[in-house]
Design a protein around this ligand. Structure first.
Ligand SMILES: [Cu+2]
Length: 206
């Protein structure tokens, strides 16, 4: 038989643990590289946070302007629909030969029109897919299908900020089309922020 005091203590612990779930901090920092123009193609993400993350209802835009995909790299939470918009006076196509994105081909369409694709996660770890245009072989972009919403894209200076990361030990990784960096372990406090830095180096050939 538990004493009333034990029961009370257990209740306090449960309440405290319930509150802890909401505790979260911000991970922020800087990515550096010898070539500065590489910085805004860096995605910083928290590895392996399990959870039931709701699919975003709002679509995310990838533009085609001056025969360039904008943005060049686009991380989305699995289940997100991306609208590909042709903002040029010439026809563009969007296709991917990547099985990570079901090798889709949306066809070719004229100026001002949008065609969409919903990205579901098809791989265990990093799920990247190249986006191409079969009218313009030089056009290339990347969509990264993420399993949790804790990610950010570095800005032109390499700065990034990932808010509301659950407190505790987390592994932070980067993804970049051509570069790599060592993963970092951080301890996210119950509030406030923790700072980290990444240095990009060329990807090792496999
Ligand atoms: Cu094109």
């Amino acid at each position: 038989m538990k004493s009333p005091r034990t029961v009370l203590l257990a209740a306090v612990v449960v309440v405290a643990m319930g509150g802890q779930l909401a505790l979260a901090g911000t991970i922020k920092g800087t990515v550096t590289a010898s070539k500065k123009k590489l910085l805004p193609h860096t995605i910083v993400y928290v590895d392996s946070i399990k959870g039931d993350f709701e699919c975003p209802k709002e679509h995310v835009l990838m533009n085609q302007k001056n025969s360039v995909f904008v943005p060049h790299v686009l991380p989305v939470l699995a289940g997100t629909t991306v609208d590909f918009k042709n903002s040029d006076d010439v026809a563009h196509n969007v296709f991917t030969p990547d099985k990570n994105a079901d090798k889709f081909n949306l066809g070719t369409w004229p100026s001002g029109e949008i065609r969409s694709h919903t990205f579901e996660k098809r791989c265990d770890k990093v799920c990247d897919a190249v986006m191409l245009c079969n009218v313009h072989p030089e056009m290339e972009a990347f969509v990264l299908i993420m399993e949790n919403p804790y990610f950010a894209v570095a800005n032109d200076s390499g700065y990034f900020e990932i808010p509301k990361v659950p407190a505790g030990g987390q592994t932070i990784r980067i993804w970049h089309p051509t570069m790599d960096a060592e993963a970092q372990q951080v301890n996210v406090a119950d509030s406030g922020s923790v700072a980290i830095e990444f240095t990009l180096v060329g990807k090792k050939k496999k």
